[in-house]
Write a protein that binds this ligand. Structure first.
Ligand code: ATP
Ligand code: TPS
Ligand code: MG
Length: 325
């Protein structure tokens, strides 16, 4: 029988799996030294078993997702992610091999995104796995891009292709068992979200963007947040929504793509004069960049098809009540 977490104590778990990823876990606290003249950016995201992942999914992918989903929020402000803390609640019956896999995925993400684990907490739970990551990044105050600077007349664009993470999630949840489909790569698309750092940093440094956020709950839910923060409305052309060929072949429509969450792509608003420069920058960084609509005066977001408003589009992800997914 494989070893379970309940046979180890917390010091042994930390020593075996997390100390090797961190510069020093010997003290009560961690210290960080921000670069001169930069501001710190801090963001926290929890990942819960049955809500964000299933126990039988690959643990290294869960580790990747825990890091990348957090780092995405730093990148969405034009910031450079640098440090992470990790809080874990683990049930006694969890195989130690799960923790090993999780730590491996965490290490892979940390090394490819250039962030360091600096501390955390490990406890037991009486039911599901609980993970919370806090990411700390840095930004030049002048290079920071918040959600609140969009103005009427500005354009809206997104990176990447929308709805792909949702297709991977369908495979995870056993909703798509078509044998012709490469399930592994769609599930990887769900668990290993993109990192848009180099594009975001350049776009922010050149002051091309007036507002930015990452898409975690679906465009239909996230764009209104950006609009509320900016005190504006928006129109989105559904025919412009980037849906990849592979996703279309699996039946994904633009209407669905805007309601699926966890794409962790960037949603940006910008003055039309920067459109061409942004396109070139995206091309340089090999990031798909698609203009999807515009910012308008007033309130609310309208989704259009052939210029006509589409009613009854889905809701996007909601933690409470009934979700649109
Ligand atoms: N329990 C809480 N206590 C204090 N602040 C909170 C709490 N929950 C959320 N917030 C704050 O509310 C704001 C919106 O949080 P939200 O989690 O929706 O954003 P997000 O991190 O971009 O989204 P996601 O969690 O989908 O990645 C953030 O500033 C966040 O720090
Ligand atoms: C097992 C399982 N069921 C459902 C989902 C879908 N899901 C969970 S949270 C979320 C939005 C972002 O959440 P947050 O705002 O907490 O970052 C979405 C789309 C999943 N990933 N795994
Ligand atoms: Mg966010």
């Amino acid at each position: 029988m494989s070893e379970i977490v309940g046979n180890l104590d917390e010091d042994a778990l930390i020593e075996a799996f997390f100390a090797p990823l961190a510069p020093d876990l010997s003290d009560d606290v961690a210290t960080i030294e921000p670069s001169h003249g930069r501001r710190l950016l801090i963001t926290t995201d929890a990942l819960l078993e049955k809500v964000h992942f299933l126990r039988d999914s690959r643990a290294d992918w869960v580790g990747q997702k825990a890091v990348r989903a957090n780092v995405s929020d730093i990148v969405a402000d034009g910031g450079r992610p640098r440090w992470l803390t990790l809080t874990l609640g683990l049930p006694n019956d969890l195989p130690v091999s799960w923790v090993a896999g999780f730590a491996r995925g965490l290490a892979q993400a940390c090394s490819s995104l250039n962030v360091r684990l600096i501390g955390g907490d490990t406890t037991c739970t009486h039911s599901d796995i609980f993970i919370s990551v806090t990411a700390i990044g840095e930004v030049d105050q002048v290079g920071r891009v918040t959600r609140s600077g969009a103005l009427p007349g500005h354009l809206l664009a997104v990176t990447g292709y929308l709805g792909e993470s949702g297709i991977g999630l369908d495979m995870v949840l056993g909703k798509n068992d078509d044998p012709r489909v490469d399930r592994e790569s769609w599930m990887a698309r769900h668990f290993i979200p993109p990192f848009r750092g180099s594009f975001s940093w350049r776009a922010a440094d050149f002051h091309f963007l007036s507002a930015m956020m990452d898409l975690s709950d679906g465009l239909v839910q996230d764009l209104p947040r950006l609009c509320r923060a900016s005190g504006v409305g928006a129109e989105v052309d559904l025919e412009a929504i980037p849906v990849s060929r592979g996703a279309r072949e699996l039946g994904l429509t633009a209407r669905e793509a805007v309601t699926r969450g966890e794409d962790f792509e960037l949603l940006m608003a910008f003055d039309p004069e920067h459109q061409e420069s942004l396109r070139q920058l995206a091309h340089l960084h090999e990031v798909p960049f698609t203009r999807i609509g515009r910012v308008v005066a007033g309130k609310g977001v309208r989704f259009l098809e052939d210029g006509l408003e589409v009613e009854g589009i889905g809701k996007g992800w909601r933690h409470f009540g009934t979700s649109g997914i």
